[in-house]
Design a protein around this ligand. Structure first.
Ligand SMILES: [Zn+2]
Ligand SMILES: [Zn+2]
Length: 375
């Protein structure tokens, strides 16, 4: 069966304005709405066709495609070509945009509520928390993620109906997804129990997804973690969230990073901080020592008379800056290490040293010594 021309369906010229399209559709939608024509499949068919035509022509991009390529240009896009899958999905939204749907047909409050549907529901965004080490953050890495998620069913491409069959319009609610009850002056809308608000009934469900249109699957995904990420950095992977329903697009995947604490380094932005132990002799006499960095070891010259707590800066030995613009620095704080055990020789030498130091300190006033300690 060849499809009818969208402009002809709406009874407008090919250069109709947006406003002309809108009022043409509004007029036809009211005339052919299933609620106004119960048990009239021809009216229902026209209603669907008209809604489809308006769905395409009211979208500037799709209209341009339709003008150039005809039905082939817009098949599969929202509002066209996949009514079997969508049922009445989308129509209420289009109508809702035009005028308060409830105002015209009564009883239905515009928007909200469980009965409101939109054809092609976008899949949910997913969050994945990934813990990595400081070394991995410094070098960048690829990570293998296993993500359990709902994906659009391959067998029925999300329609929920067995191949060769189509979802049918729910006869209880005529596809509206809601049933109204008159109670005195009020009419109360309730989600249709027969179709659970979807407006369509799947007579022969797809065997793979049991009619849900989506299946749960554990998907293995390889992602690139760039060098320099920090705890709280988010990577967005477009289209790797949950699959959409009834032809809706997939959501996105957000990978939230957590960088583990490192026992040797503390991190602040792209700078690293570490403590390096030195002996009293090394600090007093000066020394060349080796300092652990993320990439191995680096030599560091400790000048004679270095005090405990003195900080040295090793340029470029910090973390890479996210986005590939150089590196931070490594700040090394000297920590004087007091020996807990002494050999006989060490004890003898230290005792001798101590005698000289006692004389040095006695030369100073008591207050100065207190200042030396707490200053
Ligand atoms: Zn129903
Ligand atoms: Zn399926």
């Amino acid at each position: 069966m060849s499809k009818k021309d969208y402009y002809e369906l709406l009874g407008v010229g090919r250069n109709a304005t947006e406003q002309e399209l809108k009022s043409a559709y509004k007029r036809l939608a009211i005339r052919y709405h299933p609620d106004k024509n119960p048990g009239d499949p021809a009216a229902e068919e026209t209603f669907k066709e008209v809604a489809e035509a308006y769905g395409v022509l009211s979208n500037a991009e799709q209209r341009a495609r339709y003008d150039r390529f005809g039905h082939a240009g817009v098949s599969g896009s929202a509002g066209a070509g996949n009514w079997g899958a969508q049922g009445f999905g989308g129509i209420e939204d289009i109508l809702g945009d035009l005028f308060g749907f409830g105002d015209v047909f009564g009883g239905r409050s515009g928007g909200g509520g469980g009965g409101r549907r939109s054809g092609g529901q976008r899949g949910a965004d997913l969050r994945y928390d990934l813990e990595i080490t400081l070394e991995e953050s410094a070098a960048g890495m690829t990570a293998q993620l296993r993500i359990p998620r709902l994906e659009t069913c391959d067998t029925c491409t999300g329609s929920g109906a067995k191949s060769g069959t189509q979802a049918e319009t729910c006869t209880t609610c005529s596809g509206a997804g809601q049933v109204r009850y008159q109670q005195g002056f009020f009419s109360v809308a309730r989600t249709c129990g027969a179709c659970r608000g979807t407006g369509r009934i799947i007579k022969t469900p797809c065997e793979t997804c049991k009619g849900a249109g989506r299946t749960e699957r554990e998907r293995e995904l390889e992602i690139k973690v760039p060098a320099g990420v920090e705890t709280g950095s988010r990577l967005r992977i477009t289209g790797e969230g949950e699959g959409g329903a009834s032809g809706g697009g997939a959501g996105d995947l957000y990978v939230v990073l957590h960088v583990k604490e490192h026992e040797g380094f503390e991190r602040q932005g792209s700078n690293l901080y570490a403590a390096v132990p030195v002996t009293f002799a090394q600090a007093a006499l000066g020394s060349d020592i080796m300092v652990k960095t993320l990439n191995g070891e680096q030599p560091l010259k400790i000048p004679a008379g270095t005090q405990t707590g003195t900080v040295f800066r090793l340029k470029g030995q910090g973390m890479p800056v996210l986005g590939g613009r150089g590196n931070g620095d490594l700040f090394v704080s000297v920590a004087l290490r007091t020996p807990t055990t002494l050999t006989r020789d060490q004890r003898r030498l230290l005792e001798e040293l101590s005698k000289i130091e006692d004389r040095d300190l006695e030369d100073k006033g008591l207050i100065d010594r207190v200042r030396d300690i707490f200053g």
